[in-house]
Design a protein around this ligand. Structure first.
Ligand SMILES: NC(=O)C1=CN([C@@H]2O[C@H](COP(=O)(O)OP(=O)(O)OC[C@H]3O[C@@H](n4cnc5c(N)ncnc54)[C@H](OP(=O)(O)O)[C@@H]3O)[C@@H](O)[C@H]2O)C=CC1
Ligand SMILES: O=CC(=O)O
Length: 324
């Protein structure tokens, strides 16, 4: 008999067929209180689950007594209670690597669009405001050769450093928990403490995961240390930055601008003050959102679940200690 799995995100047809070859699949429309109640019996039978974005906590796990493996279609896994998974010996699989280059592209897009005011001036053209040769009120600031500060020199930070260093001649500063030899040798990146990173960066680019340690790592005190000309880019997770402190800093010009792909609450509420600020570029969490990369993530997540439920995990495992 094939193991039963819960699918809570739609998949491309060929990947859904691959999942069906290996498992008896119950597909549900996201994990909400309603779908969880409606499909209680399928949850109780499921040995695996695959999807993204939804919260997987102790309360949900209690409804899934047979669960052996969870596969998220994302690299970030802050929506999982990993401690609870570990206690139950449930394997958590994710999709690093396949999305790295695409997310770094998105970060570079945020750097360029916030510095050169691409979204704002394009809207002005569409509004019919371009009636004569433009003046300084349409100008942006240079990106090339400015100092890029990267907070979180992991896979994505490294790919961003490559673009900034080789493509834009930018000196790279970075902070992480440890030194990254590859960043230092390939991009001449200089390790520094967080205060130095804040003080010296022209662009502070955040590619951190959300953890207890990184929650609100950037708040009022940290923003006050940045240059008034600096631009903050966040494509890690929204709650790494205290959003109210950021709004205040953007309004009183403590910093120049922000380019944001992630927010404390997603979708960003339509009445968020961020949306009223001309010096903000706000994207709807599109870091990895290209057809190619989203397909690759879904493919890897399906393969990860197949490997995990077959006891053949070789990569992409968040908590390999439960395999021992
Ligand atoms: N906007 C989007 O669509 C996307 C967002 N993301 C987000 O980006 C995050 C990073 O992804 P990825 O680069 O693959 O992950 P990695 O694990 O490769 O890199 C994470 C980096 O963050 C650093 N870090 C973690 N905790 C701290 C801390 N307390 N202080 C300083 N540095 C810290 C790590 O430091 P060290 O190296 O020293 O361990 C590491 O350099 C994901 O977790 C996810 O939240 C990812 C994909 C898409
Ligand atoms: O935010 C996206 C992810 O893959 O993590």
């Amino acid at each position: 008999m094939k193991p039963e799995v819960l699918l809570y995100k739609s998949l491309p047809d060929d990947l859904r067929a691959r999942l069906d070859e290996h498992f008896t699949v119950t597909a549900i429309n996201g994990l909400s209180p309603e779908t969880i109640a409606e499909h209680a019996e399928a949850l109780a039978r499921a040995e695996g689950m695959i999807g993204s974005s939804s919260t997987v906590d102790q309360a949900l796990l209690e409804k899934m007594p047979k669960l052996r493996a969870a596969s998220t279609i994302s690299v970030g896994y802050d929506n999982f209670d990993v401690e609870a998974l570990n206690q139950r010996g449930i394997v958590l699989m994710h999709t690093p690597t396949v999305l790295t280059e695409t997310v770094a592209d998105t970060m570079m897009a945020l750097v360029l669009s916030s510095a050169r005011r691409v979204v704002e001036v394009a809207e002005r053209v569409k509004a019919g405001e371009w009636r004569r040769s433009i003046g300084p009120d349409w100008f942006g600031i240079d990106v090339h050769h400015k100092k890029m500060g990267i907070l979180g020199m992991g896979r994505i930070g490294l790919a961003l450093a490559q673009r900034a260093h080789h493509g834009f001649g930018m000196p790279i500063l970075y902070n992480a928990r440890k030194h990254h030899e590859e960043a230092e040798s390939r991009f001449n990146a200089q390790y520094c403490d967080l205060d130095t990173l804040l003080r010296e960066s022209d662009f502070l680019c955040i590619s951190l995961p959300l953890t207890e340690q990184t929650h609100h790592m950037i708040g009022r005190e940290q923003l006050a240390k940045m240059k008034p000309s600096a631009i903050l880019i966040n494509a890690g997770r929204g709650p790494v930055v205290d959003e109210q402190a950021l709004i205040a800093a953007l309004k009183d010009k403590t910093i120049h601008a922000a380019g944001l792909d992630v927010f404390e609450q997603e979708p960003l509420p339509v009445d968020s003050e961020l949306l009223t600020l001309p010096n903000v570029v706000a994207l709807p969490h599109i870091g990895s959102a290209t057809h190619e990369t989203r397909y690759g993530m879904a493919r890897d997540a399906v393969d990860n679940l197949i490997a995990a439920l077959a006891g053949k995990v070789e990569k992409n495992c968040v908590n390999p200690q439960v395999l021992r």
